[in-house]
Design a protein around this ligand. Structure first.
Ligand code: FAD
Ligand code: NAI
Length: 483
């Protein structure tokens, strides 16, 4: 086994494996240490590919097809007979997609000459010119010491646990357990109306569960623009998700094979009973066994690895990326940081634009945004103008039976510069990339107004939202003063 590399990456999730590949492309000798064993086999791809983005999207797709086939085809004149779901088959499909992708990453590392070391990596010493990393193989064989010119820490995150609802892997589960229910729970409780609660709550609701989602905060989806959160909340509740804000779970316990949840709402105690309960109240950085006590790395108060805007830690040639560091816990953010870190190590001036990181919640319809919300723009001192357009007036959305939701743009009223784009509606996760590109190119509302959008497309709603910012939308009655 080789014991010296230009670059050692600890963690083979989206951040780590992309960094490793980019390092190899730049001519470095690279090892990527990954300890994950998924369904009995060593696996690359991290949370994202194994138990996060990809399996959740596979289930979202299956459950959406089921619901659409069951409830939406009749109005097209299509009859199907009785529609049923084979949960085992659905999970098999998910697992096959995951396996294909994680195997693909292994192939990419191999093809690029990256050594995948299957086991646990621990930074022993990052202070000196030569970094020292301990490698403990998965198979239990002896640990060894590896030296490297540079190290990237990419160990990701794990679910936060709360003492009032301890997971048991069967009745009370985290997001990973919620991807594996062998049958549709009749009654499903969810703690946390965040991204996972809405996505996985939607999966099982579509398949027939009665879903209650408890949210401690007084507002639904406080991270999103207020108008978007309001519309999304309305649509999701209409679908049957029982979202209860301002509700504190004080206890959850399994009694005779059922989960009894006790809540406190403004001092009033209530109980509900479920077949399963998902706890999804956020994630925390995963630094166990990653850092030796005297390796020299500084952590933040919240236990994240402390880094600057370029993901450099307090130690030279040691970078940290992805869920392990500040910022949103998103796969695409981890990937871009991985590439930035390697390019910086190579002497280049790469920089992630943290003002243009897209957020997508893959409910149906999707909820997505990029840049500042109206509230954030005001708080930053902008004189704000906004424009919005309802998909109820968008021909393509209506033709698809998707005439719900809206697009909203937020801009600086003095300079006309676009500050943010927000959407709840069909294809929002893709459409909001137009906002990302516009932000990257410092576009104005006028730029968006002057472009020709194809008809009929849902994207026309972006054009109309930009026109509406100046009282000029065509397919809406505008109360604003026209420019
Ligand atoms: P990870 O993907 O967590 O990878 C880190 C890897 O490092 C892990 O595999 C771990 O085993 C390994 N590791 C840790 N410590 C060591 C060590 N000491 N030695 C060796 N290996 C180690 N994000 C999105 O952008 N879009 C989505 O749709 C989305 N959906 C999600 C759905 C769910 C249910 C969940 C849970 C998350 C989702 N996320 C999504 C978040 C996304 O998965 C993470 O932001 C992303 O995986 C972070 O990448 P990372 O490389 O930083 O860490
Ligand atoms: P989250 O931070 O999105 O949501 C957690 C929610 O739980 C918040 O609304 C919070 O107020 C609430 N909460 C916290 N403690 C609570 C308590 N005791 N009782 C009731 N509510 C409580 O976290 P989530 O959903 O666990 O997801 C973790 C991370 O994974 C996210 O931050 C996200 O970045 C990532 N992710 C991204 C996805 C995407 O991009 N589509 C999909 C799934 C996860």
């Amino acid at each position: 086994m080789k014991t010296s590399y230009d670059l050692v990456v600890i963690g083979g999730g989206p951040g780590g494996y992309e960094a490793a590949i980019r390092g190899a492309q730049l001519g470095m000798s690279v090892a990527c240490i990954e300890k994950r064993v998924h369904k009995g086999e060593p696996a690359l791809g991290g949370t994202c590919l194994n138990v996060g983005c990809i399996p959740s999207k596979a289930l979202l797709d299956s459950s959406h097809r089921f619901e659409a086939t069951k409830h939406e085809l009749a109005e097209h004149g299509i009859s199907t007979g009785e529609v049923s779901i084979d949960v085992a088959k659905m999970l098999e499909r998910k697992d096959a997609i995951v396996k294909g992708l994680t195997g693909g990453v292994a192939g990419l590392l191999k093809g690029n000459g990256v050594d995948w070391l299957q086991g646990t990596g621990t930074l022993l010493d990052g202070k000196g010119e030569t970094k020292k990393v301990q490698f403990a193989p998965i198979d239990g064989s002896d640990s060894s010491e590896i030296s490297a010119k540079s190290v990237i820490l990419a160990a990701g995150s794990v679910p936060i646990e709360i003492p009032v609802a301890k997971t048991d892997g069967e009745y009370i589960v985290d997001s990973t357990g919620a991807l594996e229910f062998s049958e549709v729970p009749k009654r499903l409780g969810v703690i946390g109306a965040g991204v996972i609660g809405l996505e996985l709550g939607s999966v099982w609701r579509r398949l027939g569960s009665e879903v209650v989602i408890y949210e401690a905060m007084p507002e639904f989806l406080a991270v999103a623009d207020k108008d978007i959160a309001k519309e999304a909340g309305k649509l999701l509740k209409k679908q049957g998700l029982d979202i209860r804000v301002n509700t504190k779970v004080t206890n959850a316990e399994v009694v005779n094979g059922e989960v009894v949840v006790t809540t406190d709402v403004n001092g009033e105690t209530k109980t509900d009973t479920f077949d399963k309960l998902i706890v999804c109240v956020g994630r925390r950085a995963y630094s166990e066994k990653l850092l030796a006590d005297d390796c020299g790395i500084e952590l933040t108060e919240r236990g994240l690895v402390a880094v600057d805007d370029q993901c450099k830690t307090n130690l030279d040639n040691v970078y940290a990326i992805g869920d392990l560091v500040r910022g949103p816990m998103l796969a695409h953010k981890a990937m871009e940081e991985g590439m930035m870190a390697v390019e910086r190590l190579h002497g280049e001036k790469a920089q992630v634009n943290y003002d243009a990181i897209i957020s997508v919640i893959y409910t149906h319809p999707e909820i997505a945004w990029v840049g500042l919300t109206e509230e954030q723009a005001i708080a930053k001192g902008h004189e704000v103008k906004t424009g919005s357009f309802s998909l109820a007036a968008n021909g393509r959305a209506l033709a698809q039976g998707e005439g719900m939701g809206l697009v909203k743009v937020v801009a600086d009223a003095k300079t006309d510069r676009l500050l943010g784009m927000h959407m709840v509606g069909v294809g929002a996760g893709d459409i909001v990339h137009q906002g990302m590109i516009a932000l990257e190119f410092v576009s104005s509302i006028e730029d968006l107004q002057l472009m020709t959008f194809a008809h009929p497309t849902v994207s026309e709603a972006v054009h109309e939202a930009a026109l509406s910012a100046d009282g000029r939308a065509i397919h809406a009655i505008q109360r604003k003063k026209r420019k």
